[in-house]
Design a protein around this ligand. Sequence first.
Ligand code: PLP
Length: 430
Amino acid sequence: MNFGTDIQFAQKMDSQDPLANVRSRFYIPPTELGRDSIYLAGNSLGLQPRSVAQAITHELEDWQAMGVSGHTQARTPWLPYHEFLTTSLAKIAGALPVEVVAMNTLTVNLHLMMVSFYRPTPSRHKIVIEARAFPSDHYAVESQIRFHGFDPRTSLHIIEPRADERTLRTEDIEELLHDAGEEIALVLIGGVNYYTGQLFDMERITSAGHAKGCYVAFDLAHAAGNVPLKLHDWGVDFACWCSYKYLNSGPGSVAGCFVHERHAHISTLPRFQGWWGHEKETRFEMPPDFRPAPGAEGWQLSNPPILSLAPVKASLQIFDEIGMTALREKSLLLTSYLEFLLDRIDTEELSILTPRDPNQRGCQLSLVLKRNGLRVFEGLHAAGVICDWREPDCIRVAPVPLYNTFMDCYLFAQGLTAELMRVGMLARIE
Ligand SMILES: *Cc1c(COP(=O)(O)O)cnc(C)c1O
């Protein structure tokens, strides 16, 4: 596609966008002047679908009117409530229904999964994560390693980019697994790295890990709802993701979890147990012996928080209607257009950290500023451009295909240009 630099081009792209009307299904936070902000922070907190308030109200009303009977009588009965999300989640994850469940929050699920799938032995005790993994993931794996009596200094392997490179190469990950795989118990990588925006080749990493007998898992916080996933076909052992970034389900909302079908019926897998993971038919007989429900549901602990699941359900409905294929199609255009505009800003002090290959990224671009990064970011914010700052020098920008427009990208590039001129990093506009 040949992109254009003028505002008319952005207008034309928006007028031809088959998903243009989806934006009206979301609340766009206004600026102080009452205009729509340029909201490019959906990778941090997705916007609220207009359908969410009513979804929550329904549950409040049913609770008011029915009390405990709501468990079975509510319009969406609470006992099996999580099951109403299964089909949609399976589509997001590229999974069989038995492989997914909505439960807990992301870091909690990572721990629950590691209880089952990180079982270190003296000869195979390492966990592999990517450089710049999200801090919570780093803390979680470190604490799991210590919990089992091992030392993160010898049991945690962080894959770093090559010297002078800022993202990882799949072949380097494969080589590591090939050479040192026998010592590696678990590979746990962010499917899309939150900082660099790099999308990993999960299929190749999974098969390289499996060839050496490692479990292979992904944190999909920045991938779910952002890029198409095929977790089942790729053979991934487990995956966890939150629902408040690209899945637009609200701050701290209920997370998702995937466990591959091959583990669905192994009742002897060690796990932390709770009554909601017990097989459904006999759960309320309250038997003393735990029999796990098949699949991902068998890792549930508690009866689920209906008021937090309601927004997830409402939000997933939008994904069901549109589908990841159409979303990805728009996303590829939107992000390439933003990249095109940024490449035209004439300064060596601004660069893009995210891979240039569209197959190695989702919608996010991470920009690096050699100086004045925070000042530029704050100036953008004051001008109604909402993006995200990461120390020491990174501005993350995520045009989300559900509600962002080509005009948003255009106005971001304009705003960034103006800020770079204001702080003296740009003399002229090309
Ligand atoms: C956002 C994010 C988290 C946040 O974890 P919570 O348990 O939801 O607070 C963890 N890991 C990654 C990779 C993330 O992007």
